[in-house]
Ligand binder design. Sequence first.
Ligand code: SF4
Length: 83
Amino acid sequence: MADNSCKRCLLYEMAGNEDVKSQLEKTKSLMSPGEKVSDEKYEKRLSQCKNCDSLLNATCLKCGCYVEIRALADGARCPSKKW
Ligand code: SF4
């Protein structure tokens, strides 16, 4: 059986998952500027996730979160202290 898991993929890179992608956009739109990280910090966080062995199918294996959602909040932290 083929392994369809995508190590190092984020949601925007994967086909399907439209419900989660929609949830991500909704979460972004509902957060106030004070709650949300800057675009630069967000991209830096996601870049660290993409180079992390704990990323699988856009999900962090350490905390079970979709990293694109977790990384949005300024107060959120990486469970492995990478960001
Ligand atoms: S451990 Fe940290 S850097 Fe790695 S995938 Fe999870 S949130 Fe991202």
